[in-house]
Design a protein around this ligand. Structure first.
Ligand code: FCB
Length: 482
């Protein structure tokens, strides 16, 4: 382990800001070129990185943890592209102290992690598993000892399997189950963790896990999606209420995946499909949270599920919004698609994209933030995820050269500065992700880390992009967590 840290420290010392060419990009009709230049962020801007429990912890049967829906899903043949699972992942459960040291060396001011519900309440409800919370207790203490401000996210898709067997997100009772679990976590950690995010990307969990079925729990269809989505929204509200009642000194929010949605052509059918997709991906969470109603396009679909008081519960104010931003989507009319007859269509020629095929547009991040400014009251926002997947070469002299990911970070941090200049209440940025990790249905074959993980040896090796972020973080003063 010493060797790893020595390597990292010498790489940090030797690194100078990489000279980054501004990649020439063909302008698309809808997304202007990303801004050029060096990121300029205010001195109180918060710099950090994000991870999630199932993607990094491993140790799936240690400390009293029981299976989550992702354990079951990833062990089902054919579900994960490379046949891997999260049994070990980055073994962060056992290596957290070294990983926190790594964060400190990189200069992180903040770290967003998620708490595994199946560690805290292995059966989903009822008895609290003290040993499960002990892990987060140790992690939080280690972070604070290194001066890193923790943000805890209560739900990053790893529902206890025991609750799935009781209907999971289709069972309205989950709003109370989630509140109980949130309360237990805050009772133990709320004296030291101040910002708490309720859910990670509820629309993505509803769409992929409960509509397409390519994520856990693998359910399909429109009705399934709608039911899961309403109960996710409701749990966000009951969670906020439970945690606020527990402690008044916390900053509470939730995390949404937001994207600009463009039609893949100017055909009327594609334009309509894009509007419907925008409602399902973006405003299905934003409108209830900030306006207390579902988007008009789908109000009739949700109406039968809404009980008296639900919309008030969901509409309860948050102290901050976490935004996960990766890029825009281009949407076409597709009569066979479960999701409102809309699916991904052609991307304008020459649009740059990552290894996963996700279109890149730093300008899209400005667009998302100005939408929050104009349509949702300009809430305090943290970018809680932003990053890119590329094929990484083997390390040379102890560093992985990943110029495309480095450029992605640069362009999006310039965009962050631009959004602030345009009056958006953007307060900080957590890169996705600290470590290469178990990337859901893609498994271990798709990497997003600032730091490479060799899954066979668990060796951590810095990437150029991580060193680039490290230098920016160290150069930019000290930010404040929400
Ligand atoms: C987001 C997820 C995160 C990670 C990134 C690449 O949608 O929140 O866990 O998989 O995508």
């Amino acid at each position: 382990m010493l060797r790893r840290r020595d390597l990292l420290l010498s790489a940090l010392a030797a690194a100078s800001l990489p000279a980054l060419p501004v990649t020439a990009r063909a302008q698309t009709p809808l997304t202007p070129l990303p801004p050029a230049g060096t990121p300029r962020l205010p001195p109180d801007f918060l710099w950090g990185a994000s991870t999630s429990a199932y993607q990094i912890e491993g140790a799936v049967a240690e400390g009293g943890r029981k299976p989550s829906i992702w354990d079951v899903f990833s062990h089902t043949p054919g579900r994960i592209a490379d046949g891997t699972n999260g049994d070990v992942a980055c073994d962060h459960y056992n290596r957290y102290a070294d990983d926190v040291a790594l964060m400190g060396d990189l200069g992180l001011q903040a770290y967003r992690f998620s708490i595994a519900w199946p560690r805290v309440m292995p059966d989903g409800t009822g008895a609290v598993n003290a040993a499960g919370l002990d892990f987060y207790d140790r992690l939080v203490d280690a972070l604070l000892a290194r001066g890193i401000q923790p943000m805890a996210c209560l739900y990053h898709w790893d529902l206890p399997q025991a609750l799935q067997e009781r209907g999971g997100w289709h069972n309205r009772d989950i709003a109370d189950w989630f509140a109980d679990y949130a309360r237990a976590s805050v009772r133990r950690l709320g004296d030291r963790v101040k910002p708490w995010a309720m859910l990670n990307e509820p629309s993505v969990h509803a769409i992929f896990g409960h509509g397409f079925g390519n994520h856990a729990p693998g359910l399909t269809g429109w009705d399934s999606y709608v039911k899961a989505q309403h109960h996710l929204n409701l749990a966000q509200g009951t969670g906020i209420a439970a945690v606020r009642a527990e402690r008044s000194d916390l900053k509470l929010g939730t995390v949404l995946s937001l994207q600009p949605i463009f039609p893949s052509s100017q055909d009327a059918a594609d334009i309509t499909a894009a509007a419907r997709f925008d409602a399902c991906w973006n405003t299905i969470n934003l409108d209830p949270l900030f306006h207390g109603r579902y988007p008009a396009l789908f109000a009739d679909d949700f109406a039968p599920l809404i009980k008296s008081g639900d919309m008030e519960t969901i509409h309860a104010p948050v102290d901050f919004l976490g935004v996960n931003y990766y890029g825009p989507s281009y949407i076409k009319h597709d009569p066979a698609a479960f999701l409102a007859q809309a699916s991904w269509g052609a991307v304008p020629a020459d649009t740059p994209h990552t290894l996963l095929g996700w279109p890149i547009s730093a300008q899209g991040m400005v667009d998302v933030l100005t939408r929050l400014r104009d349509d949702y009251g300009n809430p305090p926002v943290f970018i809680t995820e932003n990053g890119a997947c590329y094929e990484d070469p083997a390390p040379v002299d102890g560093v992985v050269q990943d110029p495309e990911r480095t450029e992605y970070f640069r362009a999006h941090l310039v965009a962050a500065g631009e959004a602030i200049a345009q009056g958006c209440a953007l307060k900080g940025y957590y890169a996705w992700s600290l470590l290469d990790n178990f990337e859901w249905a893609e498994g271990e074959r798709r990497r997003f880390g600032m730091v490479r993980v060799d899954f066979a040896t668990q060796q951590r090796t810095p990437k150029q992009s991580g060193l680039y972020l490290s230098q920016l973080m160290k150069a930019h003063g000290s930010g404040k967590a929400p």
